[in-house]
Design a protein around this ligand. Structure first.
Ligand code: AHR
Length: 503
C-alpha cells in the first residue's frame, strides 16, 4: 500500500498558537493530592510539590494549565484555598462525591506553575456562584494592590499580581450533571454580564465561554449559536470538550473518532461564522478545546466512588485510566486534527495531566512514570510549534461508524521557520499493512533527517506500569530515504511516528 503527501512552504493553514499544547488539572481524585502535591514524598520540594512529577511535566513544555476544574469548579469557593492552611475548611465536593481539604489553592498552584514553567488559565464558578465571586477572584489574582482583595493576596504572601490573562467563564454549563446547570440563554446572559464586569477591570483579558460538553449533547449545536449570540462581542473563545472511548474494542472505529472531532470543530467554526455574520461583526472568536483525551478504561472502577458507596473520601483514585498502545494512536490522530484545524483551534488542553485520565501516573509515596500517551503529546508539544502546513494527502481509506473513506494514514506537518525544520507526525490506522509513505516538500532546501521516532507494539493493549515503565516507548526510526525534495518512510501497521527534517 502507498500514500503520498505534498507540502509547499507557502501553502499553510495557520501559525499555531503554542497554547494548542496546553493541559488541564482539576481538584479531582489524585490529580492534586498525591499527584502534584505530596509533602511527605521523598522528592517533595519546600512547597510540598513532587519534584519527580515536576520533571515529567517540565519535559512536556506545556504553555498553559487550566485549573481548578472541570466539574469541580461549579461548586468551588476560591476563597477556601487562600490563607493559612490550618484554617482552610474541608468541603464536600459535589461533583465527584469526595472531600476537598483545600490544602492546595491558587497560591500553591501558581508556585507550581512557576516550577514547571507554565502559565495559568483559571476557571471561575458560574454554577453555584456568579459574577460577584468571579470579579473578586480576578481582582485578587490580577490587581496590584490598595484594595481589599489585592491587599488580602499580599497578606497571604504574594506581593505581585499574577496577571493571569486567560479565564474560563464556568465549565460545561450545558451538562445536566453540572452543579448550577443552566439553559443556553441563561448561561449566555450570565457569561456575558460576567465578561463585561471583568473586562471593566481589564479589557485585555482573554475570555472563554462554555460550548458543548461533547458532540452528542442534545443541545449541540444550538447551544453554541445561543451562547455566542448572547456573548459574541465580549468573549474571545468558545470551549469544546470531547473524550474518546473504545468499549466495543473496535480499533478501526476508535481511531476514526478523530473524524468526528474534525466535524465537531468544523460545525462550531461554522456556528461562529454564522453569529459573526448575523451581528455584522469584524471580531473573530476562536475555539479553546480545553478538555480532550481517551477516557473509558476506568469507568467500572469509578462507579463505587461516584455512586457514593465509599462516603466522601479525600483524594481517592478516580478516573485513573491506564492507557495502552492503541491510545497512543488515538492521541496521535487527535493532535494531528488540532494541528490541521489550528486556524480555528487556538487553545487546547489534554485532560488531564497527572493521575486523572493523564499522561503521568504516580504512586502515593512511590514512583512517577510516563503513560503510553505521554509520547505523542511530548512530540507534538516539543516539535509542533510554528506554521501548520496544508498537506495534500492521498491515502487509501476505509469505511466505518464515524465516516467513509477514512484515511489509513493520518498525518500533519509543522514548519518551524526559526530553526529551519519541518516536523511530520504520522499514524498508520491499518491493522496489517505497512504503508510506503512519500512526502514531497516544495519551497524548502533539500531535507535532511534530524530525528526519527517510531512507536509500534505487537499488543494494542500493552501498558506502562511502575514496574515496567518502558513497555511502550518510542524507539529510533530507520530507513527514511531522502531523494531530492521527497522523503519516503515505511509506516508499519498500527504505528505512530515523528520525523524532524532540517529544511
Ligand atoms: O476531566 C474530567 C471531567 O470531564 C471534567 O471535570 C468535566 O469538565 C468533564 O465532564
Amino acid at each position: 500500500m502507498r500514500a503520498t503527501a505534498t507540502a509547499h512552504r507557502d501553502f499553510t493553514i495557520a501559525n499555531i498558537d503554542n497554547r494548542l499544547y496546553g493541559a488541564f488539572l482539576e481538584h479531582l481524585g489524585r490529580a492534586v493530592y498525591s499527584g502534584i502535591y505530596e509533602p511527605d514524598h521523598p522528592t517533595a520540594d519546600t512547597n510540598g510539590m513532587r519534584r519527580d512529577v515536576i520533571d515529567l511535566v517540565r519535559a512536556l513544555d506545556i504553555p498553559v494549565v487550566r485549573y481548578p476544574g472541570g466539574n469541580f469548579v461549579s461548586a468551588y469557593n476560591w476563597e477556601d484555598g487562600i490563607g493559612p492552611k490550618a484554617a482552610r475548611p474541608t468541603r464536600l465536593d459535589l461533583a465527584w462525591h469526595t472531600s476537598e481539604s483545600n490544602e492546595v489553592g491558587i497560591h500553591e498552584f501558581a508556585d507550581w506553575c512557576d516550577s514547571v514553567g507554565t502559565k495559568m488559565m483559571l476557571a471561575v464558578n458560574l454554577g453555584s456562584r456568579g459574577l460577584d465571586a468571579a470579579r473578586n477572584f480576578v481582582e485578587y489574582v490580577n490587581h496590584p494592590g490598595g484594595t481589599y482583595w489585592s491587599d488580602l493576596r499580599k497578606k497571604n504572601g504574594r506581593a505581585d499580581p499574577w496577571n493571569v490573562k486567560l479565564w474560563a467563564l464556568g465549565n460545561e454549563m450545558d451538562g445536566p450533571w453540572q452543579v448550577g446547570h443552566k439553559s443556553a440563554a441563561e448561561y449566555g446572559h450570565l457569561a456575558n454580564e460576567t465578561a463585561k464586569a471583568v473586562r471593566a477591570f481589564d479589557k485585555s483579558l482573554e475570555l472563554v465561554v462554555c460550548g458543548s460538553s461533547h458532540a452528542d449533547m442534545v443541545t449541540y449545536p444550538d447551544w453554541e449559536a445561543t451562547v455566542l449570540d448572547e456573548t459574541y462581542e465580549n468573549i474571545d473563545y468558545i470551549s469544546l470538550h470531547m473524550y474518546f472511548r473504545n468499549e466495543e474494542k473496535n480499533t478501526a472505529n476508535f481511531l476514526a473518532l478523530s473524524e468526528k472531532l474534525d466535524r465537531y470543530i468544523g460545525t462550531v467554526a461554522g456556528t461562529i461564522n454564522y453569529v459573526k455574520a448575523k451581528k455584522r461583526s469584524k471580531k473573530d472568536v476562536y475555539i479553546s478545546f480545553d478538555e480532550w483525551n481517551v477516557w473509558y478504561h476506568s469507568n467500572n472502577a469509578d462507579r463505587k466512588v461516584l455512586g457514593g458507596d465509599d462516603g466522601w473520601p479525600l483524594a481517592p483514585p478516580l478516573l485513573e485510566d491506564i492507557y495502552n498502545f492503541e491510545d497512543v494512536l488515538m492521541v496521535g490522530c487527535a493532535l494531528n486534527t488540532f494541528i490541521r484545524r489550528s486556524d480555528v483551534v487556538k487553545i487546547a488542553a489534554i485532560a488531564q495531566l497527572v493521575n486523572v485520565i493523564a499522561p503521568i501516573m504516580t504512586e502515593k509515596g512511590g514512583k512517577a512514570w510516563k503513560q503510553t500517551i505521554y509520547y505523542p503529546f511530548y512530540f507534538a508539544s516539543r516539535y509542533g510549534r510554528g506554521t501548520a502546513l496544508n498537506l495534500a494527502v492521498k491515502s487509501p481509506g476505509y469505511d466505518c461508524a464515524h465516516g467513509d473513506n477514512v484515511s489509513y494514514v493520518d498525518v500533519s506537518a509543522v514548519h518551524n521557520d526559526a530553526d529551519g525544520t519541518v516536523a511530520v507526525f504520522a499514524v498508520n490506522r491499518h491493522a496489517s499493512e505497512t504503508i510506503a509513505f512519500d512526502l514531497s516538500l516544495f519551497g524548502f532546501a533539500t531535507p535532511r533527517v534530524l530525528e526519527h521516532k517510531v512507536m509500534t507494539h505487537p499488543n494494542l493493549e500493552a501498558v506502562n506500569t511502575a514496574q515496567r515503565p518502558d513497555e511502550v516507548a518510542p524507539r529510533d526510526g530507520s530507513g527514511a530515504q531522502v531523494d531530492g525534495n521527497s522523503v519516503t518512510l515505511a509506516l508499519p501497521p498500527h504505528s505512530y511516528q515523528m520525523i524532524r527534517l532540517k529544511v
